[in-house]
Design a protein around this ligand. Sequence first.
Ligand SMILES: Nc1ncnc2c1ncn2[C@@H]1O[C@H](COP(=O)(O)OP(=O)(O)OP(=O)(O)O)[C@@H](O)[C@H]1O
Length: 193
Amino acid sequence: MSAAALLQARGLQAGLAAPLFAPLDLALQAGSVTLVSGDNGVGKSSLMRTLAGEQAPFAGTVQRAHALRVCHFSQHAAQLPAGPFSVADLLALAGMPGLAHAWVPDDRGQRVDRLSGGQRQRLLLAMALATPCDLLLLDEPTQYLDAASRHVFVAWLTTASARAGGPAIVVVTHDAETVESAHHVRLQAIIDA
Ligand SMILES: Nc1ncnc2c1ncn2[C@@H]1O[C@H](COP(=O)(O)OP(=O)(O)OP(=O)(O)O)[C@@H](O)[C@H]1O
């Protein structure tokens, strides 16, 4: 593994029955921001699951630094099971009862399953961004967010990309082209001969 890489992928292809995209090489350093794009169905979420270690690679290798702490905010994170959980319950369960963020609803007694899709996405995203980790995987974090909230997220990412020693961040999004220091990866679909 190259010096200081938290995760290194070589010839990586994700997929269950068949490879979804052309082989990919990645070396994710602390403090780096990588933006992943590609057509619908090309395998962006599958790549994120594979980087997280939740799905085995179809081909190639993924090497993670010892004891790497991974936080994976998946595309369907906002679809929580229905139940009488309040915002305060959820924060307590996540070990961050005092989380202070503009995206945490003022009324912490509200049921999470009664928040709007965007409110829930913002709450869960605020929690993900506050989770101590070495590799932060964010899969379409800006879906459901209004323009102002997308702007807040992109500003956060811009700051994160300029900060040395933070987590390696990988984001599937169409909203962050303005993050100049980010590394861009566009997944290329496998074309059947
Ligand atoms: N659990 C699963 N079982 C079988 N096939 C799956 C599963 N999850 C995803 N796939 C298939 O893998 C392919 C890639 O899906 P994936 O969600 O990774 O793509 P994506 O690039 O994230 O798509 P989108 O832009 O629509 O979110 C799709 O053809 C999908 O049907």
